[in-house]
Design a protein around this ligand. Sequence first.
Ligand SMILES: Nc1ncnc2c1ncn2[C@@H]1O[C@H](COP(=O)(O)OP(=O)(O)OP(=O)(O)O)[C@@H](O)[C@H]1O
Length: 331
Amino acid sequence: MAALAPPIAAIRVAVRRALTGLPAGGPVLVACSGGADSLALAAATVFVAPRLGRAAGLVTVDHGLQPGSAERAEAVAGWARGVGFAPVESVRVEVAGRPGGPEAAAREARYQALTGVAGRHRAVALLTGHTRDDQAETVLLALARGAGPRGLAGMPARRDLDGVPLLRPLLEISREQTRKACAMLGLSPWEDPHNVDPSYARARVRADLLPALVRALGPGVLDNLARTARLVAADNAALDDLAAGALAEVRHPDGGLSVPALAVLSPAVRGRVLHAWARELGAPPAALSHRHVAALDALVTGWHGQGAAHLPGGLRVVRRADRLVPAGRAG
Ligand SMILES: Nc1ncnc2c1ncn2[C@@H]1O[C@H](COP(=O)(O)OP(=O)(O)OP(=O)(O)O)[C@@H](O)[C@H]1O
């Protein structure tokens, strides 16, 4: 028997690794746009999952943003039913009227739809086709906006999405491999016009910056950027553990946080303690930025006897004697 073509084998191995150890229960659900990455992921999942005794489902989201998007979603769903996915869902979402730019609004609508489907089918995991190249782009975009370690860690291979584990099995697989795998399997991926629309920063990074970096620094640069993300993520996990312990120690017996105990922490740990505490108070994590943490930090290290730190969600924190305390929601 002929050996399996390397890209297909590498993708199957990555999917097998991601699915191994998941709890028993409902299906794993692939989020598939019809693009090369998620199509290659889907093809590997429908092969691997049954061999691990699991059902594989697929969901495709129609953002309704381009002519023909409904037909594209139906084509993906039809293909999925034909190759044995069950359940298969094609979901239409409304993007208009959501806050933020069009990209963020589409992402939010998509994730809401995906978690809705995952919940209905009691899926044990949701899989997306983010690749090493997506990771390299994410790291570059984070560097360009001056992000700290959280941003430089890129996308995690696993995270919780409203109670459903979101897995990204292809983070060490290149986009070239997913394209090759699709071609070898006779699949015709959909080309998302947004991916080449130069009004999006990510599309410009993809089209111009990554090829220029490869030309200037060699083909290893994308793997290296993805490795940086993994290394920083490991350091983040260690710092988060330290911060969780420190948060328990700086809690003031009368409520709030003790300023003297915060003041002796290293700035990196203190920032994480304040970030975690702000989330506990109810600040929406997506809106919580380094500026909010800096405002809290200023109450500890630059206190002039008055003022408050304003957090997203209308929350206010003030300093009372030697404590930081929540002072309710602003108007
Ligand atoms: N319309 C959609 N329906 C279902 N899942 C989607 C949709 N759009 C994106 N996804 C999921 O999110 C992942 C990342 O999408 P994004 O568009 O950012 O990247 P991409 O590299 O263009 O991926 P792809 O080649 O799979 O479209 C996809 O691989 C897929 O798993």
